[in-house]
Write a protein that binds this ligand. Structure first.
Ligand code: KG4
Ligand code: ZN
Length: 353
């Protein structure tokens, strides 16, 4: 089984081909990603109109290149998967329409993939993880802790009430004059900083639910920066290190509660603890989760950095996971700016999910 995956929900245009191997794992035959970071950098964040236009300009070429690298014609595919949301709707439409066009022309099934589900299932592409598992899904638009019970079967144990973790990194970077995207820049600066110089809050720590709230932390960074101004390079490094240390503490505490809720709800321990989404590239956060897992005696899975940030392989893999269960979509399936993974709990919390 070989599936094409198309990703255009945010600021990366991506196309990939993944093959289902006989042992149930995935083999990436081609994985093409083009980032629009340079186009958005002058604005300090993603500009939806610019993103949609950039996707239109390159998506066909990327798909052709992915098929060529995989050594396949479109007719040799078993399915076409495209991210159908959640995300910036102009961009989502571009990728979904491209996918529909190929599915229509070749007569192959279309799989309209939830971008969040693709992040969640990537652990099974990267490491063949069995269900159920506990996952921290943290990116620029989403922060949730989920019990992953099966394909399409997710319990949300906690989520952010305001900013996503990646968003908090991006806003902190902007405030300190660091480049966009902020996550890698803050992490880099934090390496030479003193994490104890600024006493920043750890919002929600100790609360019995597994939710996050990060806007207060962001405000505290702003106050600290204003008080220390004018900022030297060392001040910026210390602020980044202090901010990252606060995030790490919060993540560890929230995951501890998440694990407790997982055990209560499922009556079993998770097969693994997984970190996914762009924030999963952060080595301090990975390190904290590794410690947490070691203490709890659980297997920790962090997909390779390239599979943590947005990519086409994760969409193709989610397509395979659904296709092998016969869950394909009609060609009139709609693009969705919002698309919660767990409809039971979604409306009450983070509306970005
Ligand atoms: O999953 P992703 O590529 O796109 C979304 O769906 O949002 O995640 C991008 C987010 C950005 O907010 C970025 O700043 C953050 O992930 N990020 C990081 C790191 N690398 C990327 N955050 C913290 N540390 C990093 N090393
Ligand atoms: Zn993403």
């Amino acid at each position: 089984m070989r599936v094409l995956g198309i990703e255009t929900t945010c600021d990366e245009t991506a196309a990939a081909v993944v093959r289902l191997t006989p042992d149930g794992g995935g083999q990436i035959l081609a994985d093409e990603v083009m980032s629009q970071i340079a186009a958005h950098a002058p604005f300090g964040g993603v500009v939806p109109e610019i993103a949609a236009r950039a996707h239109v300009e390159i998506v066909d070429m990327l798909i052709e290149r992915a098929l060529a690298k995989a050594g396949l014609g479109a007719r040799a595919l078993d399915g076409v998967a495209a991210a159908a949301g959640p995300g910036l709707i102009g961009g989502v439409l571009v990728g979904l329409m491209a996918g529909k066009g190929i599915a229509l022309a070749t007569g192959k099934p279309l799989i309209a993939v939830n971008h969040l589900e693709a992040h969640v299932l990537t652990a099974r592409l990267a490491a063949n993880v069995a269900f159920p598992y506990l996952i921290l899904l943290a990116s620029g638009g989403h922060t949730q802790i989920l019990a992953v019970k099966g394909v399409g079967d997710y319990d949300r144990l906690g989520a952010t009430l305001d900013d996503a973790i990646g968003e908090a990194f991006d806003k902190t970077a902007k405030l300190l004059g660091l480049p966009y995207p902020g996550g890698p820049a803050v992490e880099q600066a934090a390496r030479t900083g003193d994490p104890e110089r600024f006493a920043l809050p750890r919002p929600m720590m100790g609360r019995p639910n597994a939710d996050f709230s990060l806007s207060g932390l962001k405000t505290a960074v702003r106050f600290a920066a204003e008080q220390a101004a004018p900022l030297s390079l060392q001040d910026v490094a210390d602020l980044c290190a202090s901010f990252q240390a606060a995030i790490v503490d919060v993540v560890e505490d929230r995951m501890r509660v998440g694990l407790k809720r997982f055990r209560e709800r499922l009556g079993a321990a998770p097969e693994a603890v997984v970190v996914a989404g762009g924030v999963g590239a952060n080595l301090a956060i990975r390190g904290a989760l590794a410690r947490f897992c070691a203490e709890a005696g659980l297997r920790m899975v962090a997909p390779p950095l390239k599979l943590c940030t947005d990519n086409g392989a994760m969409i193709a893999w989610a397509g395979i996971e659904r296709l092998r269960l016969g869950r394909v979509d009609r060609l009139d399936v709609a693009a969705r700016p919002r698309w919660p993974l767990d409809p039971k709990t979604a409306p009450a919390l983070n509306n970005k999910a």
